[in-house]
Design a protein around this ligand. Structure first.
Ligand code: PEP
Length: 247
């Protein structure tokens, strides 16, 4: 079955780097059956879109602002992203929650702005090490999901993918067990069932993210209830991310 393989490039790569990357990457993934997307920084989006035009690889943004336009110096709107050919936007990444103090309310507004412009959303949720050890993670995940999705209709969920990214696994090389990921997929699906319906719970797409590389990609993308991967560090090397994209 088709998997969703997304590369969050974070604040890495200049225009030249992106050019070299895409030229290497595209021929390596031309036969992939998966939905593959790269998420470069804002300034590289337009150029990346031109380079991706003849391929099936999609373009994503790493963030978006919660207002449609106006006096918000330094911010980028959903309409602007749509206009340059962005398909997906990551919202609620743990780095934004921690470093930029993004709260569930703002995440909810960002989701609404993005859906309103026809963008698809990758909503990131995940617990800290402390929350996992103290068994609070279920509560944390349920709250992140219910507050992020507040006021959204069931038919809008088809444009939302939930990425489970345990914060303690991001960039650390520490992985949860397959059972733990499967359990979280169950928690997420159950939360969607409570808030929406059994059908919505079955249909929602869930990605795993945290310390994925070409060695473990197959295992983690095949966990029951998991529809693909959100990859950080390993998406920065074209050959490595291509192997993951071809799982
Ligand atoms: C991420 O930050 O979304 C991520 C999954 O990072 P990494 O793959 O580097 O752990």
């Amino acid at each position: 079955m088709k998997k969703y393989i997304f590369g969050n490039m974070k604040m890495n790569m200049t225009l030249k780097d992106i050019e070299i990357y895409i030229e290497k990457f595209l021929p390596l993934v031309s036969a992939s059956r998966n939905e593959v997307a790269i998420f470069p920084s804002f300034v590289n989006l337009m150029f990346a879109k031109q380079k991706l035009t003849a391929s099936k690889v999609l373009l994503g943004a790493q963030n978006v602002y919660s207002e449609p336009y106006g006096a918000y110096t330094g911010e980028v709107s959903a309409e602007m992203l749509k206009a340059v050919g962005v398909s997906y936007v990551i919202i609620g990444h743990s780095e934004r929650r921690k470093l930029f103090l993004e709260k569930n309310d703002a995440i909810n507004t960002k989701i609404k702005q993005s859906l309103g412009q026809g963008l698809k959303v990758v909503l990131c949720v995940g617990e800290t090490k402390y929350e996992r050890q103290s068994k609070k993670f279920k509560q944390v995940l349920e709250r992140e999901i219910s507050e992020a999705l507040r006021g959204l209709y069931e038919n809008e969920l088809k444009n939302i993918i939930i990425a489970y990214e345990p914060i303690w696994s991001i960039g650390t090389g520490k992985l949860p067990t397959q059972k733990e990921v499967e359990q979280v997929s169950g928690i997420i699906r159950n939360e969607i069932k409570q808030e929406y319906s059994e059908t919505a719970s079955k249909n929602i797409k869930i990605l795993y993210g945290g310390s994925i590389n070409s060695q473990n990609a197959k295992t983690f993308s095949s966990i029951p209830g998991i529809n693909g991967l959100l990859v950080g560090g390993a998406s920065l090397v074209a050959e490595e991310f291509a192997k993951i994209a071809n799982v």
